[in-house]
Design a protein around this ligand. Structure first.
Ligand SMILES: [Zn+2]
Length: 502
């Protein structure tokens, strides 16, 4: 048996102006274009990513495999057509060359210039290339799943955790189902139900309610029946497209009829809890006032409005500005994305003093937000290559390269500035920069939920800070013109009469 294994990972924030061309799909690992074959396997084959799980299963079943491309990008704006077509062509050509199955690591929330459902279009092209070849897909928990995706593959499985600490396991589950079915001659069917509800991403953590019970119901349903895969997708909200949803999906042998019941049960629970998914952010100044009163340390301040992991520019300085305005000191910050400032500071040289504006280079016209930079004077403490290996539980083992990186000391705060943006899941970047998180009074990062995997254990207190940005937690700021109507929570009185599981 021979399989094609590939990765195309991008979560598209359609409100973000950050461009997403082909080089975005390799920059985070320090390459000019997405790797393939041995290079892809060396970079991603032993990290906690679905791609590695697909490889694990191919190897354990002694299946021959080829890797035409492994394209991974941090979230950003709409993917350009050239990049999307390049990736699709690589995968379709490998399929055309002959294989018995296709195993894919996809995100599920990719929007391109021409398609609001990038993954659906890729799967449609694969099916058109080889209509009889079965396809298994591992998806992110934040996938906005579509009927095109469901109709054009045989197995789908999604991460069961947010923070995502089971990516590799998800790849294994997806690949195992498909290869087992192929070996036994079993045909699969997918039951899928999207719900017209936008769950707030701040309330999607699977360690906490309301999502915890919903995910557990899916997992138990899979363990206790002949259902092969059961997934809950929280959906990705920062996308003005017609198919944002929470959805539930099962895969089972075609002769079975258990999936529909389980999907209905899970959907009923999610809908019943819809009000629990609403999140109201505290005003920024009040969050910082709360942080200021905490005497123990370190206090972790989490700016969730400008998070790279949701498409943020990672260069809005409003939260740090507010912390300085309120007189906080002993702050360490990482990372701020600002290639221009990096350049200026490297030219200034280690040990030298400079006054400049950091960040604020990106505005967000869709929500009438002007980029907010920080004018400050400080000393260049250190210059690094920005490369380190993730040791905390999300994407463990992945070597990340954020480009040239500068550690800049402005007195009350030490700021780590990089050429690339990145959502810190754990303290690796601070440590890489020579900073000791435990000794700081305040750590400031840009994240939303993923940080909990690597920071909770080294943090005394966590304060969520609603900074402005393209992933602002105030959803009322965004003009969602493409969403289906009605949609909860925008239409709170809506009913779901046509859904027979309620
Ligand atoms: Zn995700």
């Amino acid at each position: 048996m021979k399989v094609v294994i590939a990765m195309m990972q991008h979560e598209t924030n359609t409100f973000s102006l950050l461009p997403t061309s082909l080089d975005a799909f390799s920059r985070v690992v320090g390459l000019q274009k997405p790797p393939s074959d041995k290079q892809a396997i060396d970079l991603y084959g032993d990290a906690d990513m679905a791609f590695a799980g697909l490889l694990d299963i191919a190897r354990s079943y002694d299946v021959e495999y080829v890797v035409p491309i492994a394209a991974y990008s941090e979230p950003s704006g709409i993917v350009d057509d050239d990049a999307f077509n390049f990736i699709c062509k690589k995968i379709c050509n490998a399929v055309k060359d002959g294989c018995d199955a296709v195993l894919l690591d996809l995100h599920g929330a990719m929007v391109t210039e021409s398609y609001d459902d990038g993954e659906g279009e890729l799967l449609r092209r694969i099916r058109k290339t080889a209509p009889e070849i079965p396809v298994a897909v591992a998806l992110d928990f934040h996938a906005n799943v579509t009927s095109t995706m469901v109709e054009n593959c045989n197995v789908i499985d999604g991460y069961r955790t947010y923070p995502h600490i089971d990516m590799r396991e998800t790849g294994k589950r997806a690949a195992k189902s498909l290869i087992n079915c192929l070996k036994q001659g079993i045909e699969t069917k997918i039951c899928w139900q999207p719900l017209p509800m936008m769950t707030h991403m701040m309330m999607q953590a699977t360690w906490h309610q309301p999502m915890k019970d919903i995910m557990e119901l899916a997992i138990e349903g899979e363990y206790n029946t002949d259902i092969l895969n059961a997934s809950v997708f929280g959906g990705f909200s920062y996308a003005d497209i017609p198919h944002v949803s929470l959805s539930v999906l099962t895969v089972e042998p075609v002769k079975n009829h258990l999936g529909k019941g389980l999907v209905g049960q899970i959907c009923a629970m999610a809908w019943e809890r819809r009000y629990d998914f609403i999140y109201t952010p505290l005003p920024l100044s009040e969050s910082i006032e709360k942080a200021k009163k905490i005497k123990s340390h370190p206090v972790l301040i989490v700016d969730h409005g400008d998070n790279t992991g949701s498409g943020g520019s990672a260069d809005d300085m409003s939260v740090l500005d507010e912390m300085l305005r309120q007189g906080l000191t002993g702050i360490i910050v990482a990372p701020v994305r600002d290639p221009e400032a990096v350049d200026q500071l490297i030219n200034c040289g280690e040990g030298n003093e400079m006054t400049l504006t950091i960040g604020g280079k990106y505005s967000v016209p869709s929500i009438n937000q002007i980029g907010h930079g920080l004018n400050c004077k400080g000393i260049v403490k250190k210059v690094t290559d920005g490369c380190f290996t993730i040791t905390s539980p999300v994407q463990t083992g992945l070597k990340v390269c954020l480009g040239r990186t500068v550690v800049f000391d402005i007195g009350s705060a030490i700021i780590v500035i990089s050429e690339e943006g990145w959502e810190p899941y754990g303290p690796e970047l601070f440590i890489h920069a020579g900073l000791i998180p435990e000794e700081s009074q305040f750590m400031l990062i840009k994240s939303r939920v993923h940080f909990r995997a690597g920071f909770e254990s080294i943090t005394n207190k966590i304060i969520m800070a609603a900074g402005p940005g393209v992933c602002s937690s105030d959803y009322s700021q965004f003009n969602f013109s493409q969403l289906p109507k009605p949609m909860f929570p925008f239409d709170k009185k809506m009913k779901l009469e046509k859904y027979n599981f309620l």
